[in-house]
Design a protein. Structure first.
Length: 107
């Protein structure tokens, strides 16, 4: 019943605040491909993290955009980021966090 679902929204850097440092915007743009991004259920996202398949993530509110080691990107909706962030760091995933207003920080 669960799996991946094609998501029809395109991504645009237009939502970024002009006050965002260019390095943060570059990371954000790299994580947000312009073509459609697949949406993955949370349990499958966790399996990818545990399997060492996730290279980097961008967390913006409850939306996590992930890039796998093979270059594939997908989105996941999460409810509690604190435990997830600990797991991502444990698995040596690069983590960037964007505030809903467009600012960004990286770990």
């Amino acid at each position: 019943m669960f799996g991946t679902v094609a998501h029809g929204q395109s991504n645009s850097p237009d939502a970024a605040s002009p006050a965002v440092p260019s390095e943060a915007l570059t990371v954000y743009e790299a994580m947000m491909p312009r073509e459609s991004v697949t949406t993955l259920v949370y349990s499958n996202f966790v399996s990818h993290v545990d399997g060492g398949d996730v290279d980097e993530v961008m967390i913006a509110g409850s939306t996590v955009t992930s890039k796998l080691t093979d270059g594939t990107s997908f989105r996941t909706i999460v409810s509690d980021e604190h435990d997830m962030i600990d797991s991502l760091l444990k698995h040596r995933v690069r983590v960037a966090v964007a505030a809903v207003n467009g600012s960004s920080e990286s770990n």
